[in-house]
Design a protein around this ligand. Structure first.
Ligand code: ZN
Length: 197
């Protein structure tokens, strides 16, 4: 039950964050919940800080920027580097952008399960063209799930993502079996301590 409570706490926190209205440019949210050997991560970034615009791509250059960003954020290992001693591996990773466009805004990869037809994703994106273009703001939202063979050795997690974001501050919420803690990270300070004491 403890584990369920932690997962629910993360979901609630993330839900509140998303419901809080327009984001602040230069500021992203990173929510982490560690329970047993499972690490759940939710990342939210203003599109302006990722690709420099918050509308559907209007030319080939912007389309390429969007595709590059989705490819980068779509891989958990580009975003987080858990301490090697903990032996963590990505088991699920997905990314979505509120920027509708020719190639859509979603990339999802589910390890270990037979995923659905990739063509289905493509159609889905077209169905939702323009649905996310609210008030001139748009976000990138990504979720990752990691499994760690030695969670007790997960002393820290590096966030290499910050090296690719220009001066963005990440507001971090961390929940573990031992407690919870809020933190902020900004390059060159990219290492998050997992100590909540
Ligand atoms: Zn914005």
């Amino acid at each position: 039950m403890r584990r369920l409570a932690i997962v629910m706490a993360l979901s609630t926190a993330a839900g509140l964050a998303q419901a809080a209205g327009p984001h602040v440019h230069g500021q992203g949210n990173l929510d982490l919940a560690m329970a047993g050997g499972t690490l759940l991560v939710e990342l939210s970034l203003p599109a302006a800080d990722v690709v420099g615009f918050e509308h559907a791509p209007r030319n080939d250059e912007q389309t390429a920027l969007l595709e590059d960003a989705l490819a980068r954020l779509g891989k958990g290992t580009n975003v987080l580097e858990p301490a090697p001693d903990a032996a963590c591996k990505v088991t699920r990773e997905s990314v979505h952008s509120g920027l509708s466009g020719p190639e859509g805004g979603t990339g999802e990869h589910d390890h270990g399960e037979k995923s659905h037809d990739p063509d289905a994703d493509h159609d889905h994106d077209h169905d939702h063209d323009h649905d996310h273009d609210h008030g001139g703001h748009a976000d990138f939202e990504a979720r990752y799930r990691w499994h760690c063979d030695h969670p007790g050795k997960l002393a820290w997690i590096d966030v290499p993502l910050l090296e690719f974001l220009n001066g963005v501050t990440l507001k971090v919420q961390l929940v573990t079996d031992q407690g919870a803690r809020a933190d902020t990270l900004k390059a060159p300070d990219t290492r998050l301590s997992m100590d909540v004491q």
